[in-house]
Design a binder for this molecule. Structure first.
Ligand code: NAP
Length: 483
């Protein structure tokens, strides 16, 4: 039985695998349900897909890449970077693609996990499971009446149909989040008509992006300290935003008039500007960066529709004002199942308790990593480890240190199982939710995917990332029952 099964080959799964390999461990496998590695940066191949965190910081601290083409990385580059890491750290022999996990079951006698996979009804045994299935991996398709009757093309931004030619088509895009504002400017020039259905306008800031020159890249390669310095400066600039998001949302409101001037500069039509003006505190939903979204809305073939969608029929979309929008294709930029989604497969812990059932009141963990009653299991980027202000790679590296310290420590200490003490989980989550109360996500007057149905924020870390890193520096054995 392999000591460790890692599920998912995005940044998080790979980071754990790299660190285990670097520690000299060979006894692990990495299961990936798709036929290629790469997680979110494999799936989100829509036109214009890019990251809104600068390149120097959206990469592993131990694997700088002097060759980024731009200040902000594009999806093809991120995908290539992930592939490069797999090769450089010798992970290929550990990766098993096409292995969709269908259930995890803890074996109390054996102190290990039975990992069921769909492929041939297979089953693996593992002492430890690291579930790195990603928070934004399951597309959310709204349940719009009649969707199944639509005769044209339908797809989601994270499952882009590259075989469908949008040229001269009448296209409906539903949603105006981080993904849609990236692909709309890319497709708008070549479609016959684009109707963009907006439910809630986003706060959009200019993206300070530009290509990196050959000379700059050569300097980063020759003098790696330059890139480290750039990384450090970016980190602290972004980290400072945590103060606004989590302590003083009122300061965010002070910046809003300046942002509205940016909208006014780009959108001359007063009626359109009014539709694009958010009525909640900036930061309550993810702040978006774009230089080309507002200009795209000014194109004659693009129309912003804010009337609610009532239903879909074979030819198009019906809205609440009685209008019918005939289209050839509908593209959903409607985001992902997150806060209420639970785990993508059932996880049966001690006593056969199922994790999604245990989470009926809202998902929770300790340090977003472990859950009482589910021994020897780590959730990468688990509950309340998401960020709205800085790079997830930073959180992933911090969490990886915690996970790998435990895995290596088990062998060193002769520990066969560790199970979080329920009181630790409870104390931690009470603290976390107390912190949450002051944040812009709770007070900003919006409804975001950060919150679950009950209005509880189960996705974001309500503080500084360096605080999370401090808490995850070492595996805290005293908080666990050891077997
Ligand atoms: P999203 O931010 O959740 O946006 C979904 C959009 O669809 C929203 O405008 C939402 O409106 C709308 N929507 C959802 N259900 C709808 C319905 N039934 N009818 C009408 N509109 C509906 O999703 P996303 O743009 O895919 O981004 C998800 C997350 O991925 C981001 O927040 C970000 O964390 C990440 N992402 C990051 C980058 C990056 O640059 N790093 C790029 C893309 C995505 P409401 O606002 O009214 O709910």
């Amino acid at each position: 039985m392999p000591s460790v099964v890692i599920i998912g080959s995005g940044y998080a799964g790979l980071c754990v695998a790299i660190r285990l390999a670097q520690a000299g461990m060979r006894d692990f496998v990495l299961l990936e349900q798709a036929d290629a590695i790469g997680g979110t940066w494999r799936d989100n191949g829509y036109p214009g897909a890019a990251c809104d965190i600068p390149s120097h910081l959206y990469s592993f601290s131990f694997e700088p890449n002097p060759n980024w083409s731009r200040l902000y990385p594009t999806q093809p580059e991120l995908r290539a970077y992930v592939e490069h890491c797999v090769d450089k750290y010798g992970l290929r022999p550990h990766v098993r693609c096409g292995q969709r996990v269908t259930a995890l079951r803890f074996d109390e006698q054996g102190n290990g996990w039975q990992v069921q996979t769909a492929a041939g009804g297979g089953e693996l045994q593992a002492r430890v499971v690291v579930s790195a299935t990603g928070g934004l991996s399951r597309p959310a398709l709204p349940d719009i009446p009649g969707l199944g009757t639509f005769a044209g093309a339908v797809f989601h931004s994270a499952r882009w149909n590259h075989g469908y030619d949008l040229t001269d088509k009448r296209v409906a895009v539903i949603g105006t989040g981080a993904s849609a504002i990236q692909f709309v400017p890319q497709i708008a020039p070549r479609v016959a008509a684009l109707t963009l259905f907006q439910r809630t306008p986003a706060w959009i800031l200019p993206k300070p992006d530009r290509p990196l020159s050959d000379a700059e890249r050569a300097r980063f390669a020759r003098q790696p300290w330059r890139q480290r310095l750039a990384r450090t400066l970016i980190y602290w600039t972004l980290e400072a935003r945590a103060i606004l998001f989590t302590r003083w949302p009122a300061l965010l409101r002070r910046v809003q008039p300046q942002v509205l001037r940016f909208v006014a500069r780009h959108v001359s039509d007063a009626a359109l500007r009014s539709k694009l003006t958010p009525h909640y505190t900036m930061g309550c939903k993810r702040i978006l960066l774009s230089n080309d979204f507002y200009p795209a809305l000014a194109l004659p073939q693009v129309r912003l529709e804010t009337v609610a969608i009532l239903g879909i029929d074979a030819n198009g979309i019906r809205t609440a004002d009685g209008a019918h929008h005939a289209v050839d294709a509908i593209i959903f930029g409607t985001g992902f199942q997150v806060a209420d989604a639970g785990t993508p497969f059932p996880v049966f812990g001690r006593g056969g308790i199922e994790l999604n059932g245990a989470w009926a009141g809202g998902s929770q963990a300790y340090l977003g990593s472990t859950v009482a009653g589910f021994p020897n299991l780590f959730l990468m980027t688990g509950p309340n480890t998401g960020l709205a202000h800085n790079s997830m790679i930073f959180m992933i590296e911090a969490q990886t240190r915690y996970v790998v310290d435990a895995i290596l420590g088990m062998a060193a200490r002769g520990v066969r199982s560790f199970d979080l003490q329920p009181a630790v989980q409870q104390r931690f989550n009470e603290w976390l939710q107390r912190r949450m109360a002051r944040t812009v996500w709770a007070t900003g007057g919006c409804r975001s995917w950060y919150l679950n149905r009950a209005g509880r924020n189960v996705t974001l870390w309500p503080g500084f990332t360096f605080d999370y890193r401090r808490r995850t520096r070492r595996f805290d054995w005293r908080n666990y029952r050891l077997g």
